[in-house]
Design a protein around this ligand. Sequence first.
Ligand SMILES: C[S@@+](CC[C@H](N)C(=O)[O-])C[C@H]1O[C@@H](n2cnc3c(N)ncnc32)[C@H](O)[C@@H]1O
Length: 408
Amino acid sequence: MVTQHEILRLGHQGDGVAAGPVYAPATLPGETVSGTLSGTQLTEVRIETPSADRVQPPCRHAKSCGGCQLQHASDAFVSAWKQEIVATALEAQGLAAPIRGIVTSPARTRRRAVVSARRTKKGAMAGFHARGSDVIIQIPDCQLVDPKLLTGLPVAEALAVVGASRKGELSVTLTVTENGLDVAATVGKPTDGPLEIALAQVAERFDLARLAWDGEVIAMRQPPVQRFGAANVEPPPGAFLQATPEGEAALLDSVQEIVGDAARIVDLFAGCGTFSLPLAASAEVLAVEGDAEMIKALDQGWRQAQGLKKITGAVRDLFRRPLVPDELRKFDAAVLDPPRAGAEAQVAALADSRLDLIAYVSCNPVTFARDARVLVSSGYHLAWVQVVDQFRWSSHIELVAAFSRNEA
Ligand SMILES: C[S@@+](CC[C@H](N)C(=O)[O-])C[C@H]1O[C@@H](n2cnc3c(N)ncnc32)[C@H](O)[C@@H]1O
């Protein structure tokens, strides 16, 4: 039976939400829509009264592909929606702060994506999953990712032909580097001699920088370099990387504004040195990270770079063993960029440390706001929040927040 609904708001996954709740994909607040209810999901959705914020999706794959959720919404709508989510998360913790205009990465700039690949009767196919389904949609004209990354689709298909099990699916992480594509595939067949030779041939045929198979490097043909400030870094296969160069630059600009001319900085959850290496142009840095391979990559990048101040790398689980106030007091500023869970234990220690300046980079407004409340309750001033949208057309949100002990 077809029913009609008023969309009241967007949910956190980007679906329109009507009273019930009823979830309707690719709809916007204020729209009247009709469709068939399946549980709480509206299917075969028809837009009866479109919103003024509705636009023609820029990508021809948008209707079938599940990679993007918000191509039907204007940039202005998405920006306002993301800023409002941050403001609401802060409000829920009794906090408020000036929220600066969002910085959105342009289309076709995503430098890292995970595609799926599967064998077919005729060979193989690679792409993103359809929304809420395990069907793979081919995306030759994807408007989200860097065109260089799209050259990885035939690579993923070739890898599936030689190394995917008959019914299984390969997950292939494609990363654009200074020297070509860095490819890391997981859940393939276990390697043996013939498979390793076949995989190395794929790396050769497509001129890949590096190919890793279930964490093991099969071919290293060119250094898979990322440039962080003055340093060239070779991250381990599949390691965390900011999603777009423009997003990374926006996050770094805000971090640099917050730490100012601090001479000693601690970079917590430092990864491969996205922030540590540029900051080392003018400050000594302690880079702390849980993954030993990432710290090794950061350290090698630092050793080969010219003109940087000292960076000391430390491998440490900051959830279980956060830096304690006595360790933190040696620094003028802290940069903090935890995973989605936030940094509850480390923030409690920062709150006690009374360290002057904190740049908190977050990919989850809810855990950020929870941690912000602890800092503010212990006397920190939350000066501003910069929202950064490097996951264009998705519901993801990134931000940088400026905390200081002195309100000046
Ligand atoms: C959002 S990433 C940020 C990395 C880096 N700041 C960057 O911009 O590239 C979060 C980092 O936290 C690290 N991490 C996750 N859990 C951790 C833990 N319990 N202790 C220390 N580091 C952790 C991850 O390995 C990852 O490098």
